[in-house]
Design a protein around this ligand. Sequence first.
Ligand code: GDP
Length: 340
Amino acid sequence: MPDPYALDALVGGILEGSRPHIARAITLVESKLPAHRDRSRELLRELATHTGTDTVRVGISGVPGAGKSTFIDALGTRLVDAGHKVGVLAVDPSSSRTGGSILGDRTRMGELASRENAYIRPSPSGNHLGGVARATRESMLILEGAGFDVIIVETVGVGQSEVAVSGMVDTFLMLALARSGDQLQGIKRGILEMVDVIGVNKADGDREGDARVAAREMRIAMKLISSAEEHRIPQVLPCSAYTGMGLDELWKAVLDHRADLEASGGLATRRAQQQVDWLWAMAEEEVRSSLHRSESVQAVRAGLEQQIASGQLSALEGVQELLSRWRQDVINSGAELFRL
Ligand code: GDP
């Protein structure tokens, strides 16, 4: 049987924008098999000169129900109709628990999914954010290699995955909803600090007035919490994924943010810092997973946990035991323990 991941064929197919090749390459980078990791690395090296600089990389977050998929469907369709090639990826580390990811689901983005120049891929499954984020990031590079010039990375508004996504995009857009009382309630401070643009969604019908008021209040609040020396204050705009109101303005805000970054040299700095952060994220993820993969660690794990739970052993003693076993395994079989 021919090798489905033959490098030359994959690279050639991706550069021509062939969907089957893109799909196969994304399956490859999502794989955790050591041979596949090796091949992924070669593939990304080949694609390196074809990725990056001209792409607009946008992260979109918001609590479930904020309207992310409806919004991406509407915005993405507009962008495709304006001549862009739009890729939609997702980071949802919980997707393996629910047996499939809702984020980035093609059925939720029916209009966009029907477009030739759109590519939608749900979140890779995996328990660990590190692995899921890695696969998403590598998928982004494949899509860029295939000529996609807008990459949207969707995530849920719960915290850690936002950090991972902000580490791979240029601009972070958050979808919020109008609520009574404190408009920023429910939005974690840490997330607000990452946000570059805010859309107050569902500004239609009866809710339009509330959304406009909420946007105004949020704008004031964002001014108050952004310190003067910090980067620019996020733009806050009402929008409706249903009617399309505000979508063009939000996209313009995304492009303005990116243009500002570019003009100040911040885009190159941001991407360079992302690479450095990525180095450490991958190294830490590898160390963590090798610890769990280590057979010597696995052999004592249940016993140690039990001893610690019953108070026979302190956690401090336990960790020494664990680490000395892991260290031995690393010395004996390092290459197999580390899979990157
Ligand atoms: P997600 O969980 O953030 O992806 O949210 P969905 O896109 O699935 O939307 C959640 C619900 O809000 C669905 O019932 C949508 O039809 C609805 N919705 C999404 N966007 C809008 C909008 O702009 N206006 C109104 N009125 N409802 C919307």
